[in-house]
Design a protein around this ligand. Structure first.
Ligand code: AMP
Ligand code: MG
Length: 401
């Protein structure tokens, strides 16, 4: 039985080098960037106003107060998107709006609220507050200079990063190719949602959960029909999924029972099992194999086991496949509000709920079929074998949503 770290290492080293493809920026959210992008422009592109107000020369409005305002001559108006033709000189101002380019000669903006215009003298502006040089001016190049790294290869593109790239005029980027992941659910007891259940049957719930996680990991999920527990059906389903997809994620049928056909079916198709069983709970019977340059991730059938092993072993693989640098679940520290105990022999990934202050509570029952606690959980805490983590202990919480 492998430790989780060894299992993950084996998986990551088995993957092919990432392939890349060009995508439009508006389709890039969640994709792994395959190139370093540095800026060829400055942001802001030009000195511009941070406020609706008046462009002034700071020295002209020194000492201005509501009681002793300074009167400036209004030279004109510059809307965002326009340029002021001339240059303002001593005693002059120009009406500006947020984003309006600063006229030449000006070095500050007085916000509109600190000014008055008497309708009898529309070309005069009373400035009722002083402005320091460059006050309310967003100076050219202060956010981004030419050559600034905008986004690094191997990172996942967030909405914020995409905003930065868009502002820099970037329209297309090179990203890691998304692996197509076939999803198979094995089990003769399983029925599709909407079907009537006979006694002893249950609704299948793994493919839909895993499809969501595959999509969030950047893969393209493809669900296949339910697979009854026979060797022939399992072989046929694996064969079809392997030929259509880059990887196949199965659930169920990897334990030690005589109704567990995934490993045998895979081997009879020519697949090579790389390892079986990982020293974690839930999810011990996880299996990984290769076949025709494709990969099998065989997850246990219990819904929590499938979910957790996906997060720990399949999600990192999908990210690395796309060139992702950081592939482990992000971990944030929290403080246990109650003890977490693992009397067992394997590391236990326990479902927890972290509140907004970082206090960690058990999400409920930890059995691998118990879904209410999975639904309530927003994190996992790894508890070592035969360990009691006392309330008050600071521990990393693995997050996925
Ligand atoms: P197995 O790993 O095939 O022995 O399945 C373990 C448990 O998980 C059994 O109770 C199965 O009924 C249940 N199970 C397996 N696959 C699914 C699935 N796709 N959806 C819901 N429950 C499942
Ligand atoms: Mg089964």
């Amino acid at each position: 039985m492998l430790e989780l770290e060894d299992a993950l290492q084996r998986i990551l080293t088995a993957l092919p080098p990432p392939a890349s493809e060009r995508v439009a920026l508006h389709e890039a959210a969640g994709r792994v960037l395959a190139e370093n992008i540095s800026s060829s422009v400055e942001l802001p592109r030009f000195d511009n106003s941070a406020m609706d107000g008046y462009a002034v020369r700071a020295e002209d409005v020194e000492g201005a107060t509501p009681e002793v305002p300074v009167c400036l001559r209004l030279r004109g108006k510059v809307a965002a998107g326009e340029m002021f033709a001339g240059e303002i000189s001593h005693g002059e101002c120009v009406r500006l709006f947020t984003g309006s380019p600063l006229p030449r000669g000006a070095d500050a903006v007085v916000m509109q609220e600190d000014t008055r215009v008497d309708s009898a003298h529309p070309d005069e502006v009373l400035i009722r507050d002083a402005a320091k040089p460059w006050e309310n001016v967003r100076r050219r190049g202060t956010d981004v200079t030419r050559g600034t790294m905008l986004a690094e290869a191997g990172t996942v593109l967030t909405a914020g990063r995409i905003s930065l790239l868009a502002a820099s005029g970037i329209i297309g980027i090179e990203t890691g190719k998304r692996p197509r992941v076939g999803l198979l659910a094995t089990g003769s007891e399983l029925r599709e949602a909407g079907q009537t259940l006979a006694p002893g049957q249950i609704y299948e719930s793994n493919r839909i959960a895993l499809a969501t996680l595959v999509g969030r990991g950047g893969g393209i999920p493809q669900c296949f029909p339910l697979v009854p527990d026979t060797l022939a059906a399992t072989q046929g389903a694996l064969d079809a999924a392997l030929s259509e997809c880059d990887a196949v994620v199965t659930s169920g049928g990897v334990s030690v029972g005589e109704m567990d056909f995934v490993k045998t079916a895979f081997e009879q198709l020519g697949g090579e099992l790389q390892f079986w069983k990982v020293a974690i709970r839930p999810g011990k019977p996880f299996v990984f194999g290769r076949c025709r340059g494709k990969f099998l991730f065989g997850l246990p059938g219990n819904p929590v086991s499938a979910f957790v092993t996906f997060l720990l072993l399949v999600r990192p693989a999908l990210l690395r496949w796309q060139g992702g640098a950081e592939v482990a679940l992000p971990a944030y520290p929290g403080v246990l509000a109650e003890p977490l105990a693992n009397p067992g022999e394997r590391r236990h990934y326990m479902r927890v709920r972290v509140d907004h202050t970082g206090r960690i509570f058990s999400a409920g029952a930890q059995a691998s079929h118990a879904l209410r606690s999975l639904a309530a959980a927003n994190g996992l805490v790894a508890v070592s074998p035969q360990t009691m983590l006392a309330a008050g202990t600071t521990v990393p919480v693995l997050r996925w949503d």
